[in-house]
Ligand binder design. Structure first.
Ligand SMILES: O=C(O)C1=C[C@@H](OP(=O)(O)O)[C@@H](O)[C@H](O)C1
Ligand SMILES: C=C(OP(=O)(O)O)C(=O)O
Length: 449
């Protein structure tokens, strides 16, 4: 399946009343990718409940099929993977096309590094522009060979190692994708693979590896962690229950906080503490945001979020919080645009290498809505409007789902409509975003133009 759809320009109009009701967002994207990959590497049949059926995850499903696993779609959100066992994947007969997904591309590079066959990987124009050396450099140390375009970009030819060596790698950037790629390669190597992360990043790979029977030891060191995986485990199929994606819930949460009269409940949202930096930042802005019925499901904390309209105040977000809210800065900037005072988000260099340059793009998004903002080094400053921003412009979304959804949410709180050039990439992570918005708003305020 390719993202060949035509651009879909959309317009978002000021909401005449608040968002209300109860809703569920789709399954967590990070956990969905991993459940398909670990299912393919395990012996036996993995049953997955609540899988995100967004384009990014469907790419991973297609890649696992090309590598020899049997992946069946049973019902909405219900999937079954018949794994090949560690080392049992086979050479793909076609190019692995990872579409728009950095997670799929980078994690699968790790998986392929430990399998002794040849593959070629590509992606869409956005993914082909994203850095891959951050994974191919460490993975080369296990014996895999990579050939790529200038600058280590996709398309990439991969020859996996016949006798992979365990890695001992210290991450130069905070990246769960790079960490996970190293751990996936380490599964095929004898002995201990060690990854040191100076800043802790989402630990879904570590959690799920344990769930599938691998031995993973984690030592907390300052803000960071040292992860040790014992190689060549017998991975056994395990049921996975995917919680709602906090990164998707974020759009509804912020919409409720900035549209007067709102009160919204979002059920069953994943609350892994390495994902909840946005909630901390919003609380510091004074947000009326509660977690109901906190519980553990499938080893991950989940809860029901309750958000109510709040007159927000500016926030200063420290750089060490970035890994726990790395995908949420565009939507936090939307909240800051409606707040009183100047917000500063610090240390956002990594935003430049996402689906688009989200540091520049977020500033452009806000300016299109008449909000003043500045970029100082790697910091973003947002001069809040203390109420509804003017609106009125058109946002260039640059093949980036999160930029598209952030702009549409901002449009609800502006004085005049805000448009985007293309909403089609929303389907990569949140295929039912528009119908859910329609239901929560009781009106169709996000329409094609
Ligand atoms: O491991 C993952 O599932 C992800 C890690 C993050 O990327 P980086 O590792 O590049 O920070 C995040 O931005 C992405 O949406 C999902
Ligand atoms: C950065 C993201 O995803 P990926 O890196 O998987 O493309 C995202 O979903 O915001």
């Amino acid at each position: 399946m390719s993202h060949a759809s035509d651009p879909t320009p959309l317009r978002s109009s000021p909401a005449p009343r608040g968002l209300s009701g109860r809703l569920k967002v789709p399954g967590d994207k990070s956990i969905s990718h991993r459940s398909l990959m670990f299912g393919a590497l395990a012996i036996g049949t993995t049953e997955i409940e609540g899988l995100l059926e967004g384009e990014d995850v469907l790419r991973t499903a297609a890649a696992m099929r090309l590598l020899g696993a049997t992946v069946d779609h049973l019902a909405p959100g219900r999937w079954r993977v018949a794994g090949r066992g560690l080392g049992g994947l086979t050479e793909p007969a076609d190019v692995l096309d990872m579409g728009n997904s950095g997670t799929a591309a980078r994690l699968i590079c790790g998986l392929l590094a430990g399998h002794p066959f040849f593959s070629v990987m590509t992606g869409d124009a956005s993914l082909r522009g994203r850095p891959m050396k951050r994974v191919t450099d460490p993975l080369a140390a296990c014996g895999a060979r990579f050939l790529s375009r200038e600058g280590g970009r996709l398309p990439l030819a991969i020859e996996g190692a016949r006798n992979p060596l365990p890695l001992d790698y210290t991450l130069p950037v905070a990246s769960a994708q790079v960490k996970s790629a190293c751990l996936l390669a380490g599964l095929s190597a004898p002995g201990i693979t060690r990854v040191v992360e100076p800043e802790a990043t989402r630990d879904h790979s570590e959690n799920m590896l344990r769930h599938f029977g691998a031995k993973v030891q984690v030592e907390v060191r300052g803000h960071g962690r040292v992860i040790e995986l014992t190689g060549q485990p017998e991975l056994r199929a395990a049921a996975v229950n995917v919680p709602g994606d906090p990164s998707s819930a974020a759009f509804f949460l912020v919409a409720a906080l900035i549209v007067p009269g709102s009160r919204l409940v979002i059920d069953n949202v994943g609350l892994n503490p390495l994902r909840t930096g946005l909630f901390d930042s919003l609380r510091e802005m004074g947000a009326k945001l509660e977690v109901g019925s906190p519980r553990l499901e499938g080893g991950e904390p989940v809860g029901d979020l309750v958000a109510e309209f709040t007159a927000l105040r500016a926030v200063d977000v420290p750089p060490e919080r970035a890994p726990s809210m790395i995908d949420e800065y565009p939507i936090l900037a939307v909240a800051a645009a409606c707040a009183t005072g100047t917000s500063r988000f610090r240390g956002l260099a990594e935003l430049r290498v996402k689906e688009s340059d989200r540091l520049t793009g977020t500033a452009e998004l806000l300016r299109a809505a008449g909000v003043r903002c500045d970029i100082e080094g790697d910091d973003l400053l947002v001069h809040g409007c203390g109420g509804p921003p003017p609106g009125g412009g058109v946002v260039a979304t640059e093949m980036d789902h999160r930029m598209a959804m952030s702009a549409l949410v901002l449009g609800l709180a502006c004085r005049t409509p805000l448009s985007i050039d293309d909403g089609s990439f929303i389907a990569t992570s949140f295929p039912n975003f528009l119908p859910l918005m329609h239901a929560a708003l009781g009106a169709d305020l996000m329409v094609p133009v």
